[in-house]
Design a protein around this ligand. Structure first.
Ligand SMILES: *[C@@H]1O[C@H](CO)[C@@H](O)[C@H](O)[C@H]1NC(C)=O
Ligand SMILES: *[C@@H]1O[C@H](CO)[C@@H](O)[C@H](O)[C@H]1NC(C)=O
Ligand SMILES: *[C@@H]1O[C@H](CO)[C@@H](O)[C@H](O)[C@H]1NC(C)=O
Ligand SMILES: *[C@@H]1O[C@H](CO)[C@@H](O)[C@H](O)[C@H]1NC(C)=O
Ligand SMILES: *[C@@H]1O[C@H](CO)[C@@H](O)[C@H](O)[C@H]1NC(C)=O
Length: 485
C-alpha cells in the first residue's frame, strides 16, 4: 500500500514537471512547428515557413497559439512571474497603404477564440460590450483607426487588458541609438521586430519596436501594471489578426518566448521569406466597383486628355472585358471634343508632364432628373440588399466624383464610412452644384441640393423588404470571396 502511494505521488510529480518544463521556446521560421502550434481561423503555415495569420480576404480572423499553456504563476504563489518575448512581423496590405486591421500578441486563458469577431475586434473579442469570459493581455499593432475603441490613429501600438480600448497607446515607431524616434509604418510590407518584456518586481510592461535585429535601448511603450489579477495560473500565448473591409496579409516570421530570462533577439536575415504574392489577382474590389457604377449615374466628367491616348482611342476602340461588366466609361474623341468646346482654352484647367487637362460637360449630364436610381444597383443582387448600405454607397460615389475637389472625401474617409466608423454622410450636393451656384455651401440642403438629395434617398423605397431584409451587400460580397478555396 505504501509503495503504491509513493509511486502515485512520484507520477504526479513527473507529470507536473513535464507540464511546467516548457518555459522557453524559439522558432526561427515555423516549417516544422505545426505540432507545437494551435492554428485557427484562416491561419496557416506558408511553404516558406512563415505563419500566415490572414490572407488579404476581407473580414477574416486568424490565430496561432503555442500548443501548451505556460505557467505564469508558480504553484502556491499568487504573483505573475516575469516574461519576455520577441517576434518578427510583416503586414502586406491588399492595396498600397490601405490595409487592415492589424495583429496582436496575446496572452489569453483559452486558445479557442472561434467566437471572436474580425475587423476592429482583431479576432480577440466578439463584441465591444459583451463580457468576454476570459481574461487577456494583448499588445496590438493596429493599422485602422477605430473610433469605437478611441484609437489614436491608423498606425499605432497599444497595450490592451481585457478590452480593446487600449490602456495606453502610441504612434508606431522606434528609437535610434541617439534617442531620436523614427516613425514606422506597420502595414507598409516592411519586416519589423517587436520585444515585449514584463518585469514582475517593477510591475512594468515594456514594448519595443525596430526594423532591425538589434533590440533598441528605449521602449516605445512602458506601462506600469500588475498582471497578477489578469492572469490565471496558466495562460496561452500566441497571435491573433483580423481583416475588415480593408485587408492585409499578416505574417509572423520568427518567435522567441522566455520565462527564465530575456528572450533572445531574432536575426532578421536568418528568418524565412514571405511567400510569393498571389498570382491570380482579385477582381477590382468594392471601392473601384462603387466609383465605376456611379459613373453610370453621374455623367459629368473631368477629362484628362493625353494627346497620345486620344489618338489611340480614335483608331483603336477595343473594348476590354472588364468594361462590359462595369459599363460604359470610355468616351469617343468626338464626344470629348464636343464636351470641352473643341478643347477650347476657356475649358483648360491646367497642364503638366502628362499633357493638358480640360473641363468637359457631356450633353446628358442632368439625366439624374429623369433616371431611375435603381439602375446603379448590381442586378446580380436580385433586389436583395440593405437600402441603407446602397444609399451610403451611392452617396459616397457621388461625393467621390463631385466636380469640386474640396467636396471629395479622402480614401481614408471613404473607408471609414464603409466600415461604419462614421455615420453615412447626410448631405450630398449634386455633382455640379458649385458650377451652378457659387454661393451655395455644402450642408445647405436647399434648392438643387435638396432635390438631388430626395432623388438619392429614393433608393430606399425600391428594395424588396420581405426577402432577407437584413442581408448585406458587404457580407454577400465577402461570401463569394471566401469560397475562393
Ligand atoms: C461571444 O463569446 C462568448 C464566449 O465565448 C459566447 O458565449 C457568446 O455566445 C459569443 N457571442 C456571439 C454573439 O458570438
Ligand atoms: C458585464 O459585467 C459588468 C460587471 O460585472 C455588468 O455590470 C454588466 O451588466 C455586464 N454586461 C453584460 C452585457 O453582461
Ligand atoms: C540621430 O541619428 C540620426 C541618424 O543617425 C540623425 O539623422 C539625427 O539627426 C540624430 N539626432 C540627434 C538628436 O542627434
Ligand atoms: C490572488 O490575488 C487576487 C488579486 O489580487 C486576489 O483576489 C486573490 O484572493 C488572491 N488569491 C490568493 C490565494 O491569495
Ligand atoms: C531564455 O533565457 C535564458 C537565460 O537568459 C537563455 O539562456 C535562453 O537562451 C533564453 N531562451 C530564449 C528562447 O530566448
Amino acid at each position: 500500500m505504501e509503495t503504491f502511494v509513493f509511486i502515485w505521488l512520484l507520477l504526479i510529480c513527473f507529470t507536473h514537471l513535464a507540464s511546467s518544463t516548457t518555459q522557453d521556446f524559439s522558432f526561427i521560421g515555423f516549417k516544422e512547428a505545426s505540432p507545437n502550434l494551435i492554428l485557427s481561423g484562416v491561419a496557416g503555415i506558408a511553404d516558406t515557413g512563415a505563419i500566415r495569420l490572414t490572407t488579404d480576404t476581407s473580414r477574416m480572423t486568424g490565430h496561432a497559439f503555442y500548443s501548451s499553456p505556460i505557467r505564469f504563476k508558480p504553484t502556491g504563489q499568487n504573483r505573475t512571474t516575469s516574461f519576455s518575448t520577441s517576434f518578427v512581423i510583416v503586414m502586406v496590405p491588399e492595396y498600397v497603404t490601405l490595409g487592415g486591421h492589424g495583429l496582436a500578441f496575446a496572452i489569453t486563458s483559452t486558445p479557442d477564440l472561434q467566437n471572436s469577431l474580425p475587423s476592429q475586434y482583431l479576432g480577440l473579442l466578439n463584441s465591444s460590450r459583451a463580457n468576454f469570459s476570459s481574461n487577456f493581455l494583448a499588445v496590438e499593432f493596429d493599422t485602422v483607426r477605430d473610433l469605437d475603441f478611441d484609437d489614436i490613429n491608423d498606425n499605432h501600438v497599444g497595450i490592451d487588458i481585457n478590452s480593446l480600448e487600449s490602456s495606453t497607446s502610441t504612434p508606431a515607431g522606434y528609437f535610434l541609438a541617439n534617442s531620436t524616434k523614427k516613425e514606422l509604418f506597420l502595414d507598409s510590407g516592411q519586416v519589423f521586430q517587436a520585444w515585449i518584456d514584463y518585469d514582475s518586481d517593477k510591475k512594468r510592461l515594456n514594448v519595443k519596436l525596430s526594423p532591425f535585429s538589434e533590440k533598441p535601448k528605449l521602449s516605445l511603450l512602458s506601462y506600469d501594471v500588475d498582471l497578477s489579477p489578469v492572469f490565471g495560473d496558466e495562460m496561452y500565448v500566441g497571435f491573433s489578426a483580423s481583416t475588415g473591409l480593408l485587408a492585409s496579409s499578416h505574417y509572423i516570421l520568427g518567435w522567441n518566448f522566455n520565462m527564465s530570462g530575456e528572450a533572445l533577439s531574432l536575426s532578421l536575415p536568418s528568418l524565412p521569406r514571405l511567400p510569393r504574392p498571389n498570382k491570380n489577382k482579385k477582381s477590382p474590389g468594392l471601392i473601384l466597383g462603387v466609383s465605376l457604377s456611379c459613373s453610370l449615374l453621374i455623367i459629368t466628367v473631368l477629362v484628362a486628355a493625353v494627346m497620345f491616348f486620344i489618338k489611340r482611342a480614335k483608331d483603336d476602340d477595343r473594348v476590354e472585358e472588364w468594361e462590359l461588366e462595369f459599363g460604359p466609361h470610355r468616351f469617343a474623341y468626338r464626344e470629348l471634343k464636343k464636351a470641352t468646346n473643341g478643347f477650347g482654352d476657356k475649358e483648360l484647367l491646367g497642364s503638366g508632364g502628362f499633357g493638358k487637362v480640360y473641363k468637359g460637360k457631356l450633353p446628358d449630364s442632368d439625366e439624374w432628373q429623369s433616371g431611375d436610381i435603381r439602375d446603379v444597383v448590381d442586378r446580380r443582387l436580385n433586389g436583395e440588399f440593405d437600402e441603407e448600405e446602397v444609399v451610403m454607397v451611392i452617396k459616397l460615389g457621388l461625393l467621390c466624383s463631385n466636380n469640386s475637389p474640396e467636396v471629395r472625401p479622402t480614401m481614408r474617409q471613404v473607408v471609414m464610412y464603409l466600415e461604419k466608423q462614421h455615420p453615412s454622410p447626410e448631405v450630398v450636393p449634386a455633382p455640379d452644384f458649385l458650377d451652378k451656384n457659387d454661393s451655395m455651401c455644402v450642408g445647405d440642403g436647399s434648392g438643387n441640393g435638396g432635390e438631388f438629395e430626395d432623388f438619392v434617398d429614393s433608393a430606399r423605397f425600391y428594395s424588396r423588404p420581405h426577402e432577407t431584409a437584413t442581408s448585406s451587400i458587404f457580407s454577400s460580397a465577402d461570401k463569394t470571396k471566401t469560397d475562393r478555396r
